[in-house]
Design a protein around this ligand. Structure first.
Ligand code: HEM
Ligand code: HEM
Length: 216
């Protein structure tokens, strides 16, 4: 078993770092989007609060039966909203992070920050490791153009591991006005991932070159 990269291909350290990063990024996008759903739920709760007041006021002074009816209606709507919120946020986090324990222990935004900082740490370790170990020879089947493209994409991918969390930290430190920057950085990252995975799959699936096996 080779720890370092070399003429044989990628070593286990590079492979472990690569797939750890993929898992952390997938979880982070899941949590980020679930936080967004949380916002939607918050807005729905505000609307429900206003409607409840209206129902209570409407029933006031119209006898006990009307008041009871209004209460029952309020309860029904609250239950429906709870169920929707559970479906929306709960499912995503449970699916992505792998258990209620995590969701119960940390709030989604906390989880998002902790994962984000782990991604920065992974990015730094990957950059240091890349300097400490040679890159393996190129996969033979890649054309000169594809090698240039892959080289460029890898720079954007590694850079994103630092830049995307940095825009997240900026958002937390300087306020919501910076959300568009965080989202733009994510989109650039996603585009680079799409290009990278597309290139790998193009050879693996379409040309049957076993390109993916280089990283497995
Ligand atoms: C690679 C790292 C990261 C990824 C992939 C990521 C991804 C996301 C995603 C998908 C969203 C939902 C926004 C949308 O698209 O509408 C989001 C929102 C957000 N992220 Fe990140 N994020 C990362 C790192 C961070 C870090 C390190 C922080 C803070 C220290 C952070 C803070 C936030 C905040 C405050 C929001 C706004 C939530 C809201 O108001 O809806 N992010 N992120
Ligand atoms: C499911 C998604 C992914 C698949 C299938 C995949 C597959 C691969 C494969 C097969 C290679 C070897 C390429 C070669 O030398 O021929 C590779 C290398 C690489 N991948 Fe990915 N990858 C994925 C996601 C990512 C993500 C999210 C990043 C983000 C940082 C990334 C960053 C890199 C880098 C930087 C290399 C060059 C080796 C290194 O310096 O570690 N990959 N990937």
């Amino acid at each position: 078993m080779h720890l370092r990269n070399g003429a044989h291909g990628y070593g286990v350290v590079t492979k472990a770092l690569h797939w750890l990063t993929v898992a952390a990024i997938a979880a982070q996008f899941g949590v980020g989007l679930a936080m967004d759903l949380d916002d939607v739920t918050d807005r729905a709760e505000d609307r429900l609060g206003a409607e409840e007041e209206r129902l209570e006021e409407g029933a006031e002074g119209r006898g006990e039966a009307a008041e009871e009816q209004a209460e029952a209606e309020i309860e029904r709507r609250e239950d429906a909203l709870d169920a929707r919120a559970d479906d929306a946020a709960g499912d995503v986090v449970t699916d992505v992070v792998g258990g209620d324990a995590v969701a119960d222990g940390l709030s989604l935004p906390e989880l998002h920050v902790v994962l984000g900082l782990s991604i920065v740490a992974l990015g730094v370790v990957r950059l240091l490791w890349r300097r400490a170990t040679p890159l393996p020879p190129w996969a033979e089947h890649l054309s000169a153009g594809e090698r240039r493209l892959e080289g460029g994409l890898e720079k954007v991918l590694l850079g994103s591991l630092l830049v995307v969390p940095a825009t997240g930290l900026l958002l937390v430190a300087a306020g919501d006005d910076w959300l568009p920057l965080h989202v733009t950085a994510q989109l650039v990252f996603l585009a680079a991932i799409a290009g990278h995975v597309g290139l790998v799959l193009r050879h693996t699936v379409l040309r049957r070159d076993r390109h993916l096996a280089r990283m497995l």
